[in-house]
Design a protein around this ligand. Structure first.
Ligand SMILES: Cc1cc2nc3c(=O)[nH]c(=O)nc-3n(C[C@H](O)[C@H](O)[C@H](O)COP(=O)(O)OP(=O)(O)OC[C@H]3O[C@@H](n4cnc5c(N)ncnc54)[C@H](O)[C@@H]3O)c2cc1C
Length: 402
């Protein structure tokens, strides 16, 4: 086994949306980066995940020069609907905030970013094995990996840990250097992707006696639907017929009548978790996206937070390489965490209000009261709308309290 050594400015670990977007933003600033991804490009493209983009995320993708297809194919939604006890309420996102959300699948964003990277000629290594961080706390970090049996080592100025919740970057930091916060919810989401024209114009969230359900979509011909399920359930226990029967029951008559139970093209169960690590900077290594935080998908914030982290990180690295100093790098963690905790709060709040929790009668009454208040109070609706469309990204150089 031979060993090869190279050098770059930034090594990005992970080619999910965080890593690919950071690579694209840095490339446009003339900053060299190598992306190391342990899976194949096809595997990364095959993962079915998020689909709701905040206006701020669309702006960042535009800034990155990868929004042409998003604008052509994405669907703008001016509202979302909540159903509870036979009542339906539309939260008027656009009317209440002046902003909307765009439906465009994470898979499509990934494809656009991969295409842009290939076109730019910037290097990515897929199926990189045994990615290992060295000297991340020193001024000259290195990252090694194995490809086709050959060990490579890249010397760099910075490492971007964009490798998701199960990645190697956060795991390389001694536990005493990190503080973690976690909440695991006592249920999962069973998701089905199916080819049918969505019989709903906007996302519909339902809190029913049988549990939560979400009617969503990825395009004009593809729906993504979810039902709350027990954590211990396995996908094999859920035939398509069973899924659609349960989905119809939870959504209520008017949607049930219009849902044709199209065959699933993907079906999976995801556990729900809230997680944050503090800080996001460890020496010369910076965490971004799911490597640093997880939100339950109820508030549609996971992908959006990944995009805002990466936007802040690219600004900080740009400042460093433009000889504007270290200040933005020093502030990266606090700048991201402020936004992360607000998205965590909103995702936790949405999850609490819309699911069936095992628990006492008091908690159930609180949930009912909260939803009725939301339906009746314009102020509560405005607060939900403000968070759902996404809080604004902060300007660079803004001083924030530590
Ligand atoms: C099943 C599921 C469903 C979701 N649904 C929604 C949703 O509906 N709405 C929403 O907003 N969000 C959703 N999310 C969250 C959203 O998809 C994530 O927030 C988003 O993918 C974060 O992007 P990322 O690039 O930070 O992490 P990831 O997408 O996880 O990418 C990390 C990358 O790093 C790679 N990697 C990991 N370890 C290593 C290593 N050792 N070496 C090299 N590479 C490595 C991984 O293979 C992966 O490609 C969902 C997430 C999951 C898991």
């Amino acid at each position: 086994m031979t060993s090869r050594e190279t050098r770059t400015q930034v090594v990005i670990v992970g080619a999910g949306p965080s890593g690919l977007l950071l690579g694209q933003l840095l490339q446009r600033q003339g900053i060299d980066a190598v992306i190391l991804e342990r899976r194949s490009a096809d595997y990364v493209l095959g993962r079915i995940r998020a689909g709701v983009l905040e206006q701020g995320s669309v702006d960042v993708l535009e800034h990155a020069g990868v929004a042409a297809r998003l604008h052509a194919e994405g669907m703008r939604h001016d509202g979302v609907e909540i159903r509870f006890r036979g009542r339906r309420h539309r939260i008027e996102l656009k009317a209440l905030t002046g902003r909307n959300v765009t439906i465009y699948g994470q898979t499509e964003i990934t494809r656009d970013l991969m295409d842009a990277r290939v076109a730019s000629g910037a290097p990515s290594v897929y199926e990189a094995e045994d990615v290992t961080l060295h000297d991340w706390d020193a001024t000259s970090p290195r990252v090694s990996y194995r490809e086709h049996g050959v060990v490579h080592e890249i010397a760099c100025d910075f490492i971007a840990g964009c490798d998701g919740y199960h990645g190697v970057c956060r795991a390389s930091i001694p536990l005493e250097r990190q503080r973690t916060f976690e909440r695991v919810y006592p249920f999962g989401w069973l998701g089905v992707l199916a080819d049918m024209s969505p019989p709903w114009a906007e996302l519909v969230y339902a809190n029913s006696e049988c549990g939560f359900a979400l009617a969503s979509m990825r395009s004009r011909t593809r729906v993504r639907c979810y039902v709350q399920c027990p954590l211990e359930d396995r996908v094999e226990q859920w035939s398509d017929q069973r899924f659609w029967d349960e989905f119809r029951r939870r959504m209520g008559e008017e949607i049930a009548d219009r849902v044709i139970g199209a065959p699933s093209i993907e079906k999976s169960i995801a556990p729900l978790r809230s997680f944050v690590v503090e800080p996001l900077r460890f020496g010369r290594m910076f965490l971004a996206g799911d490597a640093a935080h997880i939100v339950p998908p109820t508030g549609a914030k996971g992908l959006n937070l990944a995009i805002s982290d990466v936007f802040y990180l690219h600004e900080a690295l740009r400042d460093f390489y433009c000889a504007r100093g270290d200040r933005a790098l020093d502030e990266y963690s606090i700048r991201c965490l402020r936004r992360i905790w607000r998205a965590e709060r909103f995702s936790w709040w949405m999850t609490r209000q819309l699911h069936q929790f095992p628990g006492d009668a008091f908690s159930r009454r609180m949930q009912e009261t909260e939803l009725e208040y939301l339906f009746d109070s314009p102020a509560a609706q405005e607060s939900m709308a403000e968070n759902y469309v996404g809080l604004p990204l902060e300007q660079a150089g803004v001083s924030m309290p530590v």
